[in-house]
Write a protein that binds this ligand. Structure first.
Ligand code: URA
Length: 280
């Protein structure tokens, strides 16, 4: 076998190994040598590749946004959101919005899935890889777990509505920054206002933090009913139950029992609402 063929075979088997290990995208063009001793700054070929490489696909860090630009984005998101009178208008407005840098790296805008007339609306964090590809929230592994959790209380996507705090996938599935959340917040608030759910379920710390405006962790918030204030749209508040994010439950299956307690409380609350509506 020629050297070139051997190189290609080695490259292919390395790629196959990466794929089998679950690597589904590259974050940097060059590998990081984590065995390099701290402080070794010699200009060797191996060290040269350690120089921080710009991630060409990622957005400029929002930290780099000038304060004025950030203010402009939030103000313009608020203004645009407030003008939308229907969910279709809002979907269209978000899809055309360019004030959040995440929209530049995303494949699709992810708006919502399920039944917008449902009494219950779930709000997650941000689209992941599968959601970005399909343009729908919670369609990957976390979404499949969410479907199972819904099934356990006799529900599915025909009688719940699902969206996220952020409408575009953060590169590499990182947690959205505070600035990104701030920019997208007017959209999800208007989204909730227009969908008018009777109950909100906040899936995970990011949804709880931004919709409840709190720094209290999700472990302390979960399972206790609270209220989301849609401040820009009158005095309106919506009952909300923070719970654990399905992606977290995939990593910490022992905590599924906590989520199960929350879903039972949710089921009870929904039954009361449905009974009261039937009696009206
Ligand atoms: N995680 C989320 O928070 N939202 C999604 O849509 C998918 C995964």
């Amino acid at each position: 076998m020629h050297q070139q063929d051997r190189d290609v075979t080695a490259d292919l088997s390395l790629l196959k190994w990466y794929r089998d290990m679950g690597v589904d995208e590259t974050v940097q063009d060059e590998p990081v040598n984590r065995f390099r001793p701290a402080g070794d700054t010699h200009d060797t070929p191996a060290n040269r590749s350690q120089a921080p490489q710009p991630d060409r696909r990622s957005t400029p860090p929002p930290k780099g946004l000038k304060v004025e630009e950030q203010k402009d984005s939030v103000a313009s998101a608020k203004e645009i959101a407030a003008r939308c009178q229907t969910l279709d208008e809002l979907k269209h407005a978000i899809t055309s919005f360019s004030g959040c840098p995440l929209s530049q790296t995303a494949t699709n805008t992810v708006f919502a899935d399920g039944n917008p007339a449902a009494p219950i609306m779930f709000v997650g964090e941000a689209p992941g890889r599968d959601e970005d590809i399909q343009g729908l929230p919670f369609v990957g592994a976390a979404g499949q777990l969410l479907d199972k959790m819904l099934g356990a209380i006799g529900r599915d996507r025909s009688n719940v509505y699902i969206s996220n705090i952020i409408n575009w996938r953060p590169p590499g599935n990182r947690t959205p920054t505070a600035n990104e959340a701030l920019t997208c917040l007017p959209f999800i608030k208007r989204h909730i206002f227009l969908a008018k759910p009777k109950v909100l379920v906040l899936l995970g710390g990011t949804a709880a933090k931004h919709l409840l405006q709190t720094n209290t962790g999700i472990m302390r918030l979960r399972g206790t009913w609270t209220e989301v204030m849609l401040d820009d749209y009158g005095e309106q508040t919506i009952p909300a139950l923070p719970t654990l994010h399905p992606a977290y439950l995939l990593r910490q299956p022992a905590h599924k029992r906590l989520a199960w307690q929350d879903f039972l409380a949710l089921d009870e609350h929904l039954r009361e609402i449905e009974q009261a509506t039937a009696e009206d």
